[in-house]
Design a protein around this ligand. Structure first.
Ligand SMILES: Cc1cc2nc3c(=O)[nH]c(=O)nc-3n(C[C@H](O)[C@H](O)[C@H](O)COP(=O)(O)OP(=O)(O)OC[C@H]3O[C@@H](n4cnc5c(N)ncnc54)[C@H](O)[C@@H]3O)c2cc1C
Length: 437
């Protein structure tokens, strides 16, 4: 099969999710001259913040450079959990101490309840299901590391995690690739774009003002009297919420220096039939793994396709260019899929932070929540909401993610020139781990 043969007729480089719910600019109006709070970015962070503010009677506008939801929020894998990935790959205990890490895990656990509550309260039909997750160990050592982590996850994040030896992994994923893994029951899947559509509709119902195709170019002034300069004119606001995450640009250079945008890529197969797909995912769980450069994959919400994601490149590559790479990764997991075609391939930016934890905070009336490190469906919905509660003065306890030192690095301005080298090094180490396993 040549790389070209993997593409089905009508192949698209848009997210599969957009078939059901593309980003839109419904309700778009020119930005108001004056407002209480201006929210920049219309992903889960911005929409969650705006929704809570508007429900409390605050005059709020969302300013979005593209169509609503066009950033990462309608492009993700739609895999949800509460806390399993907080600090993954970093050493947050040394940085912040055990007590603060426990607070973060507890809050991440509760953030999952918040997602379920929003979906229920706003009646969002988005195929949300608490399917659980299976995290595959890419080496025997990774399996041992998981064994050491399971108790912690259960004690502090109430994860419902269970170690699964290799002999039993086929109950969850029909592959020989992993060396066992763990299941996490407090996890599930959602149709990311339908979830976002539900948030958009909730915002409209709550009276949020919405301005699409409105790029913010800078913010002047100080708390109480800020001017947000946009491509459609200035907006004066008492406070600003920055929800630009992996798309943070030159308008906010301080924040841009603190997040590392890394592209993540996904492909969707043609419909394969429910029986064939459930033979690959017998327990219907979402799948991720322990590699530094991980794979994440799942059945589509209707159970007929495989959705397969990973960091297929650390250079600036298009979804079309990287689709054959992801396809090869997919066959490494499921050789039984040789010959199937793909209908969609897409990518989006994930925002990493130097310490691997999400951050919220505020400076001079500009509030921010960013740095999901690849797990943002739950976390960014939650932090957007927390920022709103903070503005409203409705919290008696600060978020565990609020006010942490938000590090950058010398010579880093927001363009991650080091990624090709670091990415290649991580991939090499994953490859070596498996060779020597
Ligand atoms: C391919 C991929 C797979 C992923 N898979 C998962 C997963 O399975 N599970 C999970 O939990 N998370 C996943 N994530 C992460 C998750 O999607 C994100 O964390 C989350 O959607 C971030 O939401 P957000 O609102 O913070 O940012 P975004 O949704 O990215 O929204 C930011 C918005 O800000 C706008 N913006 C930027 N600059 C400006 C400006 N100057 N003026 C106006 N607007 C501006 C952008 O246009 C964009 O719409 C994935 C991400 C990607 C890309």
């Amino acid at each position: 099969m040549t790389p070209h043969d993997i593409f089905a007729d009508g192949f698209k480089t848009d997210p599969y999710w957009w078939e059901a719910a593309p980003p839109d600019d419904e309700g778009d109006a020119p930005p108001p001259e004056r407002v209480d709070v201006a929210v920049i970015g219309s992903g889960y962070t911005g929409m969650s913040a705006a929704l809570e503010l508007a429900r409390s009677g605050v005059d709020v506008v969302v300013l979005e450079a593209q169509r609503f939801g066009e950033g990462a929020s309608t492009r993700s894998g739609g895999m949800v959990s509460g806390g399993v990935n907080v600090g993954k790959g970093g050493d947050i205990e040394t940085l912040y101490g055990r007590a603060r890490v426990d607070e973060m895990l507890a809050e991440a656990r509760d953030s999952y309840d918040h997602l379920e509550e929003i979906i229920r309260r706003e009646n969002i039909e988005c195929f949300y299901a608490r399917t659980g997750r299976f995290v595959g160990a890419h080496t025997p050592d990774a399996f041992k590391a998981m064994a050491a982590k399971v108790d912690d996850l259960n004690a502090h994040a109430d994860a419902g995690a269970t170690l699964i030896p290799r002999e039993r992994q086929a109950e969850h994923v029909n592959t020989e690739y992993y060396y066992g893994g763990m299941t996490v029951d407090r996890a599930g899947g959602v149709h990311p774009s339908l979830y976002h559509k539900g948030l958009r509709e909730a915002c409209r119902r709550a009276g949020v003002k919405l301005s699409a195709h409105t790029r913010v170019e800078g913010i002047d002034g100080s708390a109480g009297d800020l001017t947000v300069r946009t491509s459609r004119g200035p907006v004066r606001a008492k406070e600003v919420v920055l929800g630009t995450n992996g798309y943070t640009g030159k308008a906010t250079p301080w924040h841009r220096r603190r997040v590392i945008p890394i592209a993540s890529y996904i492909i969707a197969t043609e419909p394969l039939g429910r029986e064939r797909v459930s033979a690959l995912f017998p327990s219907g769980r979402m799948i991720a793994d322990s590699k530094r450069v991980l794979y994440y994959f799942r059945p589509s919400p209707d159970g007929t396709r495989v959705i397969f994601g990973g960091r297929a490149s650390f250079r600036s590559r298009t979804a079309l260019e990287t689709a054959p790479v992801l396809y090869r990764y997919m066959l490494g997991i499921f050789p039984q899929l040789a010959g199937v075609k793909i209908t969609h391939a897409w990518n989006g930016n994930v925002a990493f932070t130097f310490d691997r934890v999400p951050h919220m905070g505020d400076e001079n009336g500009v509030h921010y929540a960013m740095g999901c490190n690849g797990s943002g469906v739950v976390m960014m919905s939650h932090l957007g909401h927390r920022v709103a509660l903070k503005i409203l003065g409705k919290t008696n306890r600060a978020s565990a993610f609020d006010g942490l030192p938000f590090e950058t690095r010398p010579f880093y301005t927001g363009v991650p020139w080091f990624l090709p080298t670091i990415g290649a090094w991580y991939k090499f180490r994953d490859w070596m781990d498996r060779r020597t396993a």
